[in-house]
Write a protein that binds this ligand. Structure first.
Ligand code: ZN
Length: 221
């Protein structure tokens, strides 16, 4: 099963790497200077480089379960996501930071299931034997306050996914150096949602305070 990856690398070497040898040597000599950071889900169906047609060196990326951003917590904890954001914003000085959520996110589904149980039965469901996932997805729990959990409809899962993106964006605003960069006009935050069912990209319109479809621009496209 792993052999296709070795073959895939051979293909990459033959085609991409071999086609323009100076491309990677430039990246090696100059180092990376990406202007955009993407925080996306670990979901195997959501690959930002493929979705956005970018080349190596263009996207600084961190992927985790449900594309979550924890609140600013400068303590002794092992904050992998916050460390990546810190490096992206303070050292690479990216100009855009995209929180990329997606439809049918398993992490958000698990969060919805937990909160639905809580809303319907008034009790915390029995915890599973997973050791890390529950406390991780709990980061997005504030987003659940916007969902009518007692009158659940399947489409609410997508509302929850988008609410979780907003929650992550709010958490970004708890990092003092992110606020500084935004106020200095050096950084913009974007919340996007990939509708993998329809091949569409939606973005949070801050003025309208709702997600609007970015691609396709019209139903005919
Ligand atoms: Zn996901």
């Amino acid at each position: 099963m792993i052999t296709p990856l070795i073959d895939g690398f051979q293909q990459f070497r033959d085609d991409f790497f071999g086609e323009d040898k100076s491309f990677f040597s430039r990246l090696v000599q100059r180092g990376q200077k990406p202007k955009i950071m993407v925080i996306s889900c670990a979901d195997s169906r959501v690959d930002p480089a493929i979705l956005f047609g970018t080349r190596p060196g263009e996207l600084f990326m961190v992927r985790n379960v449900a594309n979550l951003i924890p609140p600013y917590a400068p303590d002794a904890g092992l904050h992998g996501v916050s460390a990546a954001i810190e490096f992206g914003v303070r050292d690479l000085m990216v100009e855009h930071l995209v929180v990329l959520g997606h439809a049918f996110c398993g992490g958000i589904q698990a969060l919805c299931t937990h909160h639905r149980h809580l809303a319907e039965k008034g009790e915390v469901p029995e915890t599973s034997n997973r050791e890390f996932i529950h406390s991780w997805i709990n980061i997005a729990s504030p987003a659940m306050a916007t969902i009518d959990l007692k009158n659940w409809q399947d489409s609410f899962q997508h509302d929850a996914e988008q609410a979780a993106i907003r929650n992550s964006m709010q958490n970004l605003n708890s990092f003092p150096w992110i606020i500084e960069a935004i106020e200095a006009g050096k950084l913009q935050i974007h919340g996007w949602w990939f509708d993998m069912e329809n091949g569409a990209l939606w973005g949070l319109d801050k003025e309208q305070d709702k997600f609007v479809r970015l691609v396709p621009k019209t139903d005919k496209a």
